[in-house]
Design a protein around this ligand. Structure first.
Ligand code: IMO
Ligand code: MG
Length: 430
């Protein structure tokens, strides 16, 4: 059986924790990252230590697993090298385990500079996205414009790579100058890319690699990054990342037939958060938001920015569950929202949006312009109880059981995991 794990809203849903627990079932041969890159910050606690992964799949902590970075991903060679070296220095072995598709898009100095320059240029305008500044958007843009550098380009002839960088420079440098940033010499970009290429060569495989594993009967866990609300086509555009994030992205990125994707786990944080700009209908403001942020330690794992925090939004979730075809839901951070409820008395839950005075329970779109016209409709819910580290449903306080069963009824999807703490085992499996 093959499984995809997806964030349901704007990322940081504790997907890595759910991936880790799913992998603990012991039935998978490989763990694949199929989109995104170092914009992701996947936090995992293993043997009492905290790790933040950016491009490396979470399965790194299971020695028997193959780890694959598939064609829809992007990364900067030095950033990936630093991540690998850092993990190795902590005693984690990559030997023969990591495989990177030859057609992955490489982030070069050009994409890094473009991302930062554009964000700075837009900093005081309503168009600012609040990206992670890791070069993600420009890398996917250059891929679509057919001027991107691919992983395999690092191992060919240097002169050919330099030609490709010169082609990129013709496109990017005038834009950098327009944004008030120094142009980049293609030779500098070349030496930056070549710095680790001899080492990285060992990881290259072709884009038929995953298909061959599946044909030979191996089971794979496909690990999503970001969350559905950030999907480039069906998310809160233009406040989005730059690649599709839905189950279809697995097919595109891994070059495999859809028939191989059997189980689709959506990870819904018990309360939504968002980093960066963009619509967020149930955002909390003021002291309450600050205190939820403190309770949940809601600071970006990649950029350290404050995460915006909100009340549970089952309307937005229902949109994602339907369009992604989510077959089961994992609810994360139940311990945090119940603790927060202890602090403030009761929480608010959004089960409907009001649009022109009419209540709807399912949005027809989640673009910025559509969401401008909606108002969340709230009801109070007393969730004050202690759920920390509970791992048996029978031990879960009644109020929390009620919260879970109402969520399940409203979203019409089985909840199969409830996370109650950061460590492996702090989970209720249903
Ligand atoms: P994980 O996998 C939360 C957000 C950024 C920004 C927008 C576009 O840890 O859940 P980008 O750098 O991708 O061009 O930024 O997307 N964003 C994330 N937010 N978690 C993530 O990843 C994110 N990756 C990107 O904050 O609003
Ligand atoms: Mg994260």
């Amino acid at each position: 059986m093959n499984t995809g794990v997806f964030g349901c809203l704007w990322g940081d849903e504790a997907k890595a924790k759910i991936v880790d627990e799913e992998l603990a079932r012991g039935c998978y041969h490989a763990n694949v990252r199929f989109q995104g890159g170092p914009n992701a910050g996947h936090t995992i606690y293993s043997k009492g230590k905290k790790y933040v992964l950016h491009s490396v799949p979470t399965g790194i902590f299971y020695e028997h697993l193959d780890l694959i970075i598939a064609g829809g991903c992007v990364f900067h060679p030095t950033v990936l090298m630093n991540e690998i070296r850092d993990l190795e220095s902590k005693g984690i072995s990559f030997d023969g385990r990591l495989h990177i598709f030859s057609n992955v898009t490489i982030i070069t100095k050009y994409e890094l500079a473009s991302d930062g320059a554009m964000e700075d240029f837009l900093s005081s305008s309503s168009f600012k996205i609040g990206t992670t500044r890791r070069g993600i958007g420009p890398a996917y843009a250059h891929r679509a414009a057919r001027i991107a550098i691919l992983f395999e380009d690092l191992f060919g002839d240097d002169a050919a790579l330099l030609e490709k960088l010169k082609r990129l420079s013709v496109d990017v440098n005038p834009r950098l100058v327009a944004y008030g940033v120094d142009p980049i010499d293609p030779l500098d970009a070349l030496s930056d890319l070549k710095e680790h290429s001899d080492f990285l060569r060992q990881y290259m495989v072709y884009n038929t690699y995953i298909g061959e594993l599946l044909e030979s009967g191996k089971s794979i866990l496909f690990e999503g990054a970001q969350g559905a609300g950030l999907d480039i086509i069906n998310g809160t555009y233009s406040f989005a990342t730059s690649f599709p994030l839905s189950p279809g992205a697995i097919q595109i990125s891994c070059n495999i037939p859809m028939k191989y994707i059997h189980k689709i786990i959506g990870v819904a944080k018990a309360y939504p958060t968002r980093v960066g700009e963009g619509p967020f209908p149930t955002q909390i403001f003021g002291e309450s938001e600050d205190s939820l942020r403190r309770t949940g330690n809601e600071y970006g794992a990649t950029t350290g920015r404050n995460r915006r925090c909100g009340w549970p939004d089952r309307v937005m979730l229902s949109y994602v569950i339907r369009s992604f075809g989510i077959t089961e839901l994992a609810v994360s951070c139940l311990d945090t929202i119940s603790k927060f409820s202890q602090e403030v008395g009761s929480i608010k839950i959004c089960d409907a949006y009001s649009i022109n005075g009419v209540n709807i329970d399912y949005p027809k779109s989640i673009t910025d312009s559509y969401l401008k016209n909606i108002q969340p409709v709230y009801r109070e819910f007393d969730l004050s109880c202690d759920c920390f580290r509970i791992n048996n449903i029978n031990d879960l306080p009644f109020k929390a059981q009620n919260f879970i069963s109402q969520t399940q009824d409203r979203l019409r999807v089985p909840i199969t995991m409830i996370s109650t703490g950061p460590n492996r085992g702090d989970i209720i499996m249903l």
